[in-house]
Design a protein around this ligand. Structure first.
Ligand code: SAM
Ligand code: SF4
Length: 461
């Protein structure tokens, strides 16, 4: 596979570092420095409980220093499950006869968005299967993104639409960019070529290099916030993480920036897929904790996303270790958001989910742990993306601005959507934050807050 030197990764995986070497690497992470592949490999090799605890402490320190207590919330919106590929692990695979195929109309996309707006969502990840070439229609994606941005509920609108979709040509990415997307996200699934070819048996996705090229094409089209990740469970997890870090090194060397976000989804059972219930590699919760912590230390300025594939308890732990964005009340089927639906009744869902709490419950749980639920999208709207974002993020300059924006979006949520007990907990947290603000920032925040009380929405710095 392009850019991935399997022999080098395998030799890195054989290193057995001394405890002193691990301590030395952890010292470096406290200075918020990016780690080399070798250093990351050494951290991944750790099994000793005492050293693991030190890795977790270092990850919590880095998370807190760079991101503070903010956790960004988003919701996926599946617009189509029609797919030309036959990924052996996916419920949308072309050869899955159980799936009821659906491609939402633009009107249905608008209605789904309105339901999400009513629940308080502000950030959407639009997701689609890879339509066969007869259906392929960049204009559909562009219209879908525009419909999501146009939807409105009592003055509330979606602030950022990210997109998870199949690779596109530079020309199609250029069109997609005009719709105003935030991040373009695509998972390589596995960076191990033999495994990739075994699991992607038909359709355009069977070419691993074409999939890798998607990020290059997105950059070439001027989309400079991209999200990547492996699907954990398909091959050795440590190999996947090192290979992804190698992919990131390639992007950094070529374009001067890495991905905006990393996702580390674990494979879940999926209707019609025997493989998904018995994947080749079992990734335990402890493995995922180590992976998140090592990634937080290896690439301190990259966001880490955790979806509702994981349980509430594990997600609560992972936000302490490095996760900076989580999804909420997700449905992984087109048209899945209904006012009255019972979860999991659909056979056309992509895979099973393990955290089914409402947005309100997730916000409450975050607040109870001292985290600041954020719906902010200010950076992307102020063009603080790509290299500009990295330049701001690296010296830690962005933290102060982000706290201010997060507090504004939290107050809007508390006023418009929160249950009384969430509102109370939210205002308590806001009061605590205010105590740490300097006079100038406090004045500015109070001005924004007054505007919210007067019905003004969607202000940011
Ligand atoms: N069809 C596009 C693609 O494959 O890139 C984008 C949408 S696909 C629905 C999004 C992601 O879902 C895939 O990249 C894959 O990692 C993940 N996925 C597929 N089957 C899964 C399963 N059984 N459990 C967890 N995640 C799964
Ligand atoms: Fe299609 Fe994506 Fe599912 Fe593969 S993972 S079958 S490409 S929807």
């Amino acid at each position: 596979m392009k850019h991935i030197d399997e022999a080098k990764i395998n030799s890195l995986l054989e290193i057995e570092p001394e405890p002193e070497e691990i301590e030395k690497i952890l010292e470096k992470t406290k200075r918020l420095q990016r780690l080399t592949l070798e250093e990351s490999a050494k951290l991944l090799s750790v099994k000793d409980e005492i050293l693991l605890k030190k890795i977790y402490e270092a990850a919590a320190y880095v998370k807190n220093t760079i991101y503070g207590k903010r956790v960004v919330l988003f919701v996926p919106l599946y617009i189509s499950n029609i797919c030309a590929n036959s990924c052996l692990y996916c419920g949308f695979a072309a050869n899955n006869k159980l799936a009821v195929r659906k491609r939402l109309s633009i009107q249905e996309i608008k209605e789904q968005t309105e339901i999400l707006l009513k629940r308080g969502h502000k950030r959407i990840l639009m997701v689609a299967g890879e339509a066969p070439s007869s259906h392929r229609n960049i204009d559909y994606y562009v219209d879908a993104v525009k419909a999501i941005y146009a939807a409105e509920y009592k003055g509330n609108k979606i602030k950022r639409v990210n997109v998870n979709a199949a690779p596109m040509s530079i020309e199609d990415f250029e069109k997609l960019k005009t719709s105003g997307i935030g991040t373009y996200q695509i998972f390589q699934e596995t960076y191990h070529e033999k495994t990739y070819r075994k699991l992607h048996i038909a359709g355009p996705k069977s070419d691993p290099d074409n999939r890798l090229d998607a990020i290059d094409n997105a950059f070439a089209a001027g989309i400079d916030d991209v999200g990547i990740g492996p699907l954990l469970g398909l091959y050795k997890p440590d190999f996947e993480i090192l290979a992804m870090l190698m992919h990131i090194e390639y992007l950094e060397n070529k374009y001067g920036i890495g991905p905006h976000t990393i996702s580390v989804p674990r494979i879940e059972p999926a209707p019609g897929s025997d493989y998904a219930s018995r994947p080749d590699y079992q990734i335990m919760a402890g493995d995922l904790k180590k992976i998140v912590a090592v990634l937080r230390l290896s690439v301190p300025y990259t966001g880490i996303i955790m979806s509702t594939r994981e349980t509430a308890e594990l997600r609560d732990e992972l936000v302490n270790l490095g996760v900076s964005q989580i999804s909420a009340e997700s449905k992984v089927t087109p048209g899945g958001y209904e006012e009255t639906d019972e979860h999991n009744k659909h056979m056309d869902r992509q895979f099973s989910l393990n955290d089914q709490r409402s947005l309100n419950e997730i916000a409450q749980s975050l607040l109870a742990q001292g985290f600041l639920p954020s719906f902010c999208a200010a950076c992307y709207r102020k063009n603080r993306t790509g290299e500009t974002f990295m330049d701001l993020a690296k010296p830690g300059e962005i933290k102060h601005m982000c706290d201010m924006n997060a507090l504004i979006t939290l107050k809007e949520y508390l006023e418009d959507f929160a249950a009384p007990e969430v509102k109370e907990a939210g205002y308590k947290l806001i009061e605590n934050y205010k105590k740490n603000l300097d006079e100038k920032s406090l004045k500015l925040l109070e001005r924004f807050f007054k505007n919210i009380d007067n019905g003004i929405r969607d202000e940011y710095v």
